[in-house]
Ligand binder design. Structure first.
Ligand SMILES: NC(=O)c1ccc[n+]([C@@H]2O[C@H](COP(=O)([O-])OP(=O)(O)OC[C@H]3O[C@@H](n4cnc5c(N)ncnc54)[C@H](O)[C@@H]3O)[C@@H](O)[C@H]2O)c1
Length: 387
């Protein structure tokens, strides 16, 4: 009987002291994969992971490494990139610092896995996608929202034909982010400074791009209105600063096939929904409302017939007309599931759809959304190609 083999893949993890880098990518993804003994491939062999932590502060890296049983850490990214033990470069830095680090990783011949947005401008995002393509490098960009249980249920509904012809998608994303004076803010202050790569459009439109294109169709145009509703905030040190980036964006997206999507993104809204993000999808044969976890549906045969009459109080319980979609599946943490898929694709050499070109489409939508808002017009999105 042959012994099952295990291949260990070294991963450079840059930015693990940050919110996303630590919680989602290190602890919930890479360490979870390591601690379960890796991933089993279809041929019975296994792939496991070995991280090296990279950052600017040695003491912090040493503390993280000790806390999680990690042998390797360094403040010298170039040295890690030059070391053949590390095959994949993973980037969770602030957006502004990302492109230059990814450029170096590509030059060093590493595969690249990165947070979104992949760059601050479309030109730079396309440059990275082209450099990686020319170097024959495998790349992956975080598409975490697609893995949310609610969105997976939505995908199931779309694939089953439940909606008939899909007409529209309405999304509400957001919650109140404290200004930071009388209660500390729950997001980093750079998110509210344009000069530091902040702004809800560059943060959220890349997510909306991959959600829309993977569930409904590619985005053909955008009209967006950005607003900086709260002009002053207080940072991590209690210092007052000017919020130079938008904290809300009201966007209308035309999709291929004629579906209209309208998504509000806001850090200045108080939640009166079941979840922090919700999408309502209406189709000729049925509708659905999905969130991070939940999904409910109303079929055409269960659709009530409201009649508008402002003189009579309406005591119909519209909420009761919806049915819950059952889970029927085991959903892993989305970041981890995507990491596992990327690693399998990397080892098996299969095509990986969520690459730097997909990431560039997200940056394109963000850039077009900002231009639309600045110029007060609808902006078309031409198809992007590497050639
Ligand atoms: N997928 C998602 O849902 C999601 C959610 C939030 C943020 N993000 C993205 O993840 C990235 C990180 O966001 P975060 O909220 O974790 O930020 P954060 O501020 O918590 O962490 C940023 C990390 O970058 C490092 N860093 C800061 N400035 C640097 C510089 N000049 N050079 C090198 N390193 C630097 C910090 O030390 C830290 O490790 C951003 O690109 C953001 O858009 C994605």
């Amino acid at each position: 009987m042959s012994q099952a083999t295990t291949r260990e893949i070294g991963i450079i993890m840059n930015g693990v002291s940050g919110r996303m880098g630590y919680r989602q990518h290190l602890v919930r993804s890479i360490l979870a994969i390591r601690d379960q003994g890796g991933i089993e491939l279809p041929d019975g062999s296994r792939v496991t992971v070995k991280p090296i932590l990279v950052g600017r502060h040695e003491a912090k890296l040493a503390e993280l490494a000790a806390a999680h049983g990690i042998e390797d850490y360094t403040t010298d990214l170039d040295a890690a990139l030059a070391d053949p033990r590390w095959e994949i470069y993973a980037d969770f830095l602030v957006t502004k610092a990302r492109a230059s680090a990814i450029r170096k990783a590509i030059a060093a011949g590493k595969a690249v896995y990165t947070e979104k947005p992949t760059a601050e401008s479309l030109d730079e995002a396309m440059e990275l996608a082209r450099l990686a393509d020319a170097a024959g490098i495998k790349t992956g960009v975080v598409h975490d929202k697609l893995y949310l249980p609610g969105l997976q249920k939505l995908k199931r509904l779309v694939d089953s034909g439940f909606f008939g012809r899909i007409l529209s998608v309405r999304g509400e994303f957001g919650y109140w982010v404290f200004e930071g004076d009388w209660q500390p803010a729950q997001r980093p202050s750079w998110n509210y400074r344009a000069e530091d790569g902040g702004g809800i459009i560059s943060d959220m439109f890349p997510h909306w791009n991959y959600v829309l294109e993977n569930l409904f169709g590619e985005v053909r145009s955008v009209y967006a209105q950005a607003a900086t509703h709260i002009p002053e905030r207080w940072d991590e040190n209690g210092e007052k600063y000017t919020a130079t980036a938008e904290d809300a964006a009201y966007g209308i997206f035309e999709l291929e096939g004629g579906i209209i999507a309208e998504i509000n993104s806001s850090w200045t809204v108080r939640v009166n929904r079941d979840e922090l993000v919700e999408f309502q999808v209406d189709g000729t044969h049925g509708s659905a409302v999905v969130g991070l976890f939940g999904a409910k549906i109303q079929h055409r045969n269960a659709t009530p017939k409201p009649v508008w009459n402002p003189d009579l109080a309406d005591d119909h319980d519209y909420g009761a007309d919806w049915a819950e979609v059952p889970v029927n599946d085991v959903f892993l943490n989305g970041f981890r599931q995507q990491w596992e898929e990327f690693l399998v694709s990397y080892v098996e050499g299969t095509d990986y759809p969520f690459d730097l070109l997909a990431g560039a489409r997200g940056v394109q939508l963000a850039e077009a959304g900002l231009a639309s808002s600045a110029e007060g017009r609808k902006v078309a999105l031409p198809a992007l190609a590497l050639g």
